[in-house]
Ligand binder design. Structure first.
Ligand SMILES: Nc1ncnc2c1ncn2[C@@H]1O[C@H](COP(=O)(O)OP(=O)(O)O)[C@@H](O)[C@H]1O
Ligand SMILES: [Mg+2]
Length: 265
């Protein structure tokens, strides 16, 4: 299995707080992996370091064998990694399809205004037409093409999460990092999102690393592997069956269950 992502000894301190404590793991090509752990255990911080938003205190991150530890978020994105945020960030005054059409790569570049403007010019040039088609393909894959003309400010929390995933796929990422894409999303829709992601992974061969804090839920969603974090460390990695049978994991969760149930939304 070729490693798309290789995290080695990643550590992040905030002042005296060790948020991520020397963790190491790999994500293979075409793998669908869950990253789980109680509230505050370091999951989002791990994403922030991998995607270049935060500089790690120590450790390295490689993508396809290239050291990306010191690259900026836009450079990392151009290598094929896209991430979403725990708190969805859509352009609220734009429609769903327009949100998908804002150029996903080089988005921190200086000519962002030109790019946004050209994205909404009449769809006369082939690149624009292609992007429009791609936007609809992604919405189709997520089974929400009917939402295309809606303003995103009119969407429910769950629908916004779906649009965010659709948008994150616009740049044809080879690695998708999703931070709690189903937190606060009703059960049936949450399961649908996971089913659709599974299909996307199987059809396209991309790799997906998905943060989720609900253990019971992730165990039933058909991910290939689960990485369990607790207090900044990796407690274990394994298949859902292996995680289900691990006493340490169960204990970490029993200890944190009150907190993690309150966190939804
Ligand atoms: N920018 C930051 N500055 C200071 N502390 C932070 C920052 N981001 C996260 N933390 C702390 O790091 C720990 C891990 O947070 P986080 O990675 O958000 O956890 P999770 O995503 O697993 O809920 C928490 O104690 C949190 O308060
Ligand atoms: Mg988080």
């Amino acid at each position: 299995m070729n490693a798309v992502l290789k995290v080695d000894g990643l550590r992040k301190e905030f002042g005296g707080l060790v948020a991520v404590d020397d963790i190491s793991f790999e994500i293979g090509e075409g793998e669908f992996v869950g990253l789980i752990g109680p509230n505050g255990c370091g999951k989002s911080t791990t994403f922030n370091c991998i995607s270049g938003l935060l500089r790690q205190t120590s450790g390295t991150v490689e993508m396809f064998g290239q050291d990306i530890s010191d690259l900026r978020p836009d450079q990392i994105q151009n290598l094929g990694m896209t991430r979403t945020f725990q708190h969805t960030r859509l352009w609220r005054q734009m429609t769903v399809v327009e949100n998908l059409m804002v150029p996903p790569r080089d988005q921190f570049g200086s000519n962002i205004i030109d790019k946004i403007r050209s994205a909404f010019a009449p769809y006369s040039n082939p690149a624009e037409t292609e992007r429009l088609e791609k936007a609809y393909t992604n919405l189709d894959q997520l089974e929400v093409p009917h939402m295309a003309p809606n303003l995103t400010s009119e969407l429910s929390g769950g629908q916004s999460k779906l649009v965010d995933i659709g948008r994150s796929m616009m740049g044809d990422p080879q690695l998708l990092l999703l931070d709690e894409p189903v937190a606060g999303v009703a059960g049936p829709l949450a399961m649908k999102i996971f089913n659709n992601l599974r299909e996307i992974v199987d059809q396209t061969g991309i790799s997906v690393l998905i943060i989720e804090h609900n253990m019971d839920f992730i165990l039933r969603q058909g991910v290939d592997r689960i990485i369990v974090m607790n207090e900044g460390e990796i407690l274990m990695q394994g298949t859902p069956d292996e995680v289900r049978g691990n006493r340490e994991v169960i204990e970490a969760y029993l200890g944190a269950s009150d907190e993690s149930q309150e966190e939804d939304g």
